[in-house]
Design a protein around this ligand. Structure first.
Ligand SMILES: [Zn+2]
Ligand SMILES: [Zn+2]
Length: 388
């Protein structure tokens, strides 16, 4: 079964919504215009219930099928937020807000889910209920977590959830997915190394925190090479080193390190945190200083459920004729992880073709992926809850 014909008819309209969203990007929870627009469209489509203000600026729409006797409720989720990047695409519908840009394609995700909502509201060819979920603050703010904390799953009786992201470099409109851990847990840490400052010509009278910090940076590399199962990936990166002195001839009193840790398994996540803390503290102690670690827990790893992933892949294959079922893992993070912690479901990638990568100022969502993306959403609903 190829893409649904209705989406060929709606393609220009959905593209129009997408470009309007692209021109008006909003960051994190500040998706006020976007949320209002989504709610207005859902109302226009005739959704049975529309709820705003979940997870601060999230929006939910409920679409009941022609039949509802099955009692099934399927959640379909898109993200709405943009990034603090200054757009450099030169498009005629480029961002009108300096320093904000839809550089991750969430404009495309929102437009595609709106397109599916329009079709599903028109046709209602399913036995059950579709809940369309539009979340803010995917890019680091935890908007999905906040919608869950507001009781979204229970309130709407959602039983399964499905999400989608466009993927640059993957053939246009093709799909890729994998069961199990797919995206990484993304934790951050700050290490403050405290020594004793002094004159750079009299190092013996100091405890040089620069030397201690350098030893810590090197020691942290042993976590992935010596502590982790080689088959279970972990990334420990130090991304910032800052000393309390800006002079050439002063040994500073403190050095501040920042970094990120990416893990796929719970075991590595716990092990990595413990090792970073232990290596920092004991290395500093060995050199006569101290180190304090501030741990900032991020998104958990995003784990696709087996059965829902197989189903989502079957639907993708039917829609586009191409679905990679064992896609490589990514060490990037994804807030949909919280929804998958609460309910079984699956997250799929749709090809954006040979575009600039996401989070690049030259990136743009490819509107030619719209029919495939919309068809996947619609088919998930219709096949998961078939009419009898
Ligand atoms: Zn992103
Ligand atoms: Zn994204």
């Amino acid at each position: 079964m190829p893409v649904k014909n209705r989406f060929a008819e709606l393609h220009a309209e959905i593209t129009g919504w997408r470009r309007d969203l692209h021109e008006n990007p909003e960051i994190l929870f500040e998706t006020h215009r976007t949320s209002a627009l989504v709610a207005e469209k859902l109302k226009e489509f005739g959704c049975d219930e529309i709820v705003t203000g979940l997870g601060r600026t999230g929006v939910v729409g409920v679409i009941k099928g022609r039949q509802t006797g099955s009692g099934k409720v399927v959640g379909l989720r898109a993200d709405m937020d943009a990034l603090p990047i200054h757009e450099a695409t030169g498009l005629d519908y480029a961002s009108k807000t300096p320093g904000a840009m839809h550089a991750c394609g969430h404009d495309g995700h929102t437009a595609m889910l709106l397109g599916a909502a329009k079709y599903l509201s028109e046709t209602r060819n399913f036995d059950g209920t579709v809940v369309v979920i539009f979340q803010p603050a995917e890019e680091g703010g935890g908007g999905g977590r906040e919608m869950c904390e507001d009781g979204m799953m229970e309130r709407f009786g959602i039983q399964e959830v499905y999400g989608m992201h466009n993927w640059p470099g993957q053939p246009l409109g093709s799909f890729a997915i994998r069961p199990g851990a797919f995206f990484a847990a993304t934790d951050q840490y700050e290490i403050t190394v405290v020594g004793r400052g002094g004159h750079a010509a009299k190092p013996h009278q100091t405890v040089d925190p620069v030397v201690v910090a350098a030893q810590i940076v090197t020691a942290l590399q042993s976590i992935s090479s010596r502590n982790s199962d080689p088959a279970d990936p972990i990334v420990v990166s130090v991304t910032s080193i800052e000393s309390s002195s800006k002079a050439f001839n002063v040994i500073p009193a403190r050095v501040h390190l920042k970094g990120t840790m990416r893990t796929m398994s719970k075991e590595n996540r716990e092990m990595g945190e413990a090792r970073i803390k232990a290596l920092a503290a004991s290395t500093a102690e060995a050199f006569g200083g101290t180190a304090e670690v501030r741990w900032i827990a991020g998104y958990p790893s995003m784990v696709n459920s087996e059965a829902q992933t197989a189903f989502a892949a079957d639907v993708a294959e039917a829609v586009s004729g191409a679905c990679e079922r064992e896609a490589p893992i990514t060490m990037g993070g994804e807030d949909f992880a919280y929804m998958l912690e609460e309910r079984p479901g699956a997250y799929i990638l749709v090809g954006n073709g040979p575009s600039a990568d996401v989070h690049n100022p030259e990136y743009n969502f490819n509107d030619e992926a719209i029919p495939a993306g919309c068809s996947w959403w619609a088919e998930i609903a219709e096949r998961r809850m078939p009419l009898t």
